[in-house]
Write a protein that binds this ligand. Structure first.
Ligand SMILES: NC(=O)c1ccc[n+]([C@@H]2O[C@H](COP(=O)([O-])OP(=O)(O)OC[C@H]3O[C@@H](n4cnc5c(N)ncnc54)[C@H](OP(=O)(O)O)[C@@H]3O)[C@@H](O)[C@H]2O)c1
Length: 351
């Protein structure tokens, strides 16, 4: 089913997940049109240009999600599109409409319109488990499946703008697909971590950094709270400033399981290549609570003095091993949580 030699577009190529999707597509023989926001910014381009196969099969395009023409130029000549570009933040934002909702929803519609007009055969849209959770009315004795949709009213009441942006963008994609007859398939990743390719960290790697950094104890000087990462140059230092507050955060409305960067990228390629893949695809190594994740980090890295959280941090979430069953049926063997944590922590250390 490999479509070696095909030309495909990856929006948000510069991002943490996008870089992995580009890496695996190049390794499989595809030619990739990757989008970045600023072609002159080496932090967006250099790591992509260094990927194997990039010199002959990667072309970068500068886009803005709200600028249709810039997207059409990147999508022109492509058989498939992987639409990942979308602002991703679980922190408070000043202007949710401008910072999250418009780029997510209008951006998705711009990408799909260009794909339809330019004859693209299949679009893979990167949604999120944030379009499935929080959903407090789901029966407490029933394992979450792809049938679960985020409760927008609950999110509005609690000012959870990121889940709203992902839910409305995914709903807009399904409506567009139905009305215009465009072949769309969706991947819904959980909290994605692992070896980070770009120089900047995405929101989920920052989540882990907060957990480690806020609680690091320097055993030599017995100085609590000292940052292991305080020597990191450039943009990462920005994160050090606000880290302490994240330490005991439970991410109640954001976490329902973790997944490795490589598996999310593979999931995108699997649903693209398998024409039998339809609908939404929950992409987590298991349905688990953030408390389980934190306990595992503490067990693997006792030197970081991780806080002990209650195990049940996601009220109403039943744990399950096969949350990603649809993807497992397509052949994906999920990397377990322990390896996700090891790869992510080692990546942060080596940064
Ligand atoms: N991280 C997770 O745990 C997670 C989980 C589920 C789903 N997702 C989804 O996966 C996708 C990629 O996320 P990520 O974790 O890789 O985050 P990321 O590293 O922040 O990547 C986001 C990408 O989108 C681009 N982008 C954002 N706003 C844009 C705009 N207005 N115009 C053009 N490009 C724009 C970014 O460009 P710049 O580099 O220029 O900012 C970047 O390439 C997003 O759709 C996100 O919602 C992430």
């Amino acid at each position: 089913m490999s479509k070696q030699g095909e030309v495909v577009c990856v929006t948000g190529a510069s991002g943490s997940i996008g870089s992995w999707v580009v890496k695996l597509l190049l390794a499989r023989g595809y030619t990739v049109h990757g989008t970045v926001r600023n072609l002159k910014d080496e932090k967006e381009t250099k790591h992509l240009e260094a990927l194997e196969g990039a010199d002959s099969r990667l072309r970068l395009f500068q886009i803005d999600l709200l600028d249709y023409d810039s997207l059409a130029a990147a999508i022109n000549g492509c058989a498939g599109v992987f639409h990942l570009a979308s602002p991703c933040s679980v922190d408070q934002v000043h202007d949710p409409q401008k910072e999250l909702l418009d780029p997510a929803i209008k951006g998705t519609l711009n990408v799909l319109t260009a794909a339809k007009e330019l004859g693209v055969k299949r679009v893979v849209v990167t949604s999120s488990i944030s379009s499935m959770w929080p959903c407090p009315n789901w029966p407490a004795d029933k394992i979450r499946t792809e049938d679960c949709w985020t409760d927008i009213e609950y999110c509005k009441q609690n000012e959870l703008w990121y889940p709203i942006s992902k839910t409305l963008a995914e709903k807009a994609a399904w409506e567009f697909s139905k009305e215009k007859g465009l072949d769309v398939v969706v991947v819904n990743p959980g909290t994605v971590m692992g070896p980070n390719i770009p120089p900047n960290l995405n929101a989920s790697m920052v989540m882990l950094l907060r957990l480690l950094q806020a609680c690091y104890t320097d055993h030599a000087s017995n100085e609590r709270g000292k940052s292991l990462f305080s020597d990191i140059p450039g943009s990462l230092n920005l994160f050090s400033v606000s880290l302490v507050a994240g330490c005991t955060e439970t991410y109640q409305d954001f976490f329902i399981g973790s997944v490795h960067f490589k598996d999310v990228a593979l999931a995108h390629i699997l649903v693209y290549e398998n024409t039998s893949a339809t609908g939404r695809h929950m992409c987590v190594e298991a349905l688990s609570h953030y408390g389980d994740f934190v306990a595992k980090v503490a067990e693997l890295y006792p030197e970081y003095n991780i806080p002990s959280l209650p195990r049940d941090t996601q009220p109403g979430l039943l744990r399950a091993k096969n949350g990603g069953k649809k993807l497992m049926d397509l052949g994906l063997e999920f990397i377990p949580m322990e390896q996700i944590i090891r790869d992510a922590v080692e990546s942060l250390k080596s940064a």
